[in-house]
Design a binder for this molecule. Structure first.
Ligand SMILES: [Zn+2]
Length: 99
C-alpha cells in the first residue's frame, strides 16, 4: 500500500507514529490507535473509526503516562478530561500487552 508522498524509511515505507504516553516513535502497526468518542477515549481496533487519532503502545504503563501528562485532551484538542476506562479495560484484557 503506497502512502501519498511520505518520507521513506530506509527503502521500506513504514509509517511511524509517536506514542502519546512515552513519546517514542514506533511503527504504526505496533501501536494501538485511539479515537475520541464524546468524552471517552476508545481503542480503534480495526483502524476504521473516523476522526483524529492518537497512538499508544498497547501497554498500561504508556496509558498511565499519557493520563499523567494529560496527553489525550491535547491529542484530541479538547479542553476537558477524557475517560480512558475503555482503553484500560482493553489493555488489561489483552494477554499480549507485556512489552
Ligand atoms: Zn509508549
Amino acid at each position: 500500500m503506497r502512502q501519498r508522498g511520505k518520507l521513506e524509511y530506509g527503502g521500506h515505507a513504514a509509517p511511524q507514529r509517536t506514542c502519546v504516553g512515552c513519546r517514542v516513535r514506533t511503527a504504526k502497526s505496533e501501536l494501538l490507535r485511539l479515537v475520541q468518542v464524546e468524552d471517552q477515549v476508545v481503542p480503534d481496533l480495526r483502524g476504521q473509526l473516523p476522526g483524529r487519532g492518537a497512538s499508544l503502545h498497547p501497554a498500561l504503563s504508556c496509558l498511565e503516562l499519557a493520563e499523567r501528562r494529560r496527553a489525550f485532551p491535547r491529542a484530541f484538542r479538547v479542553p476537558g478530561p477524557l475517560d480512558v476506562s475503555r482503553v484500560r479495560a482493553h489493555l488489561e484484557g489483552e494477554p499480549r500487552n507485556v512489552m
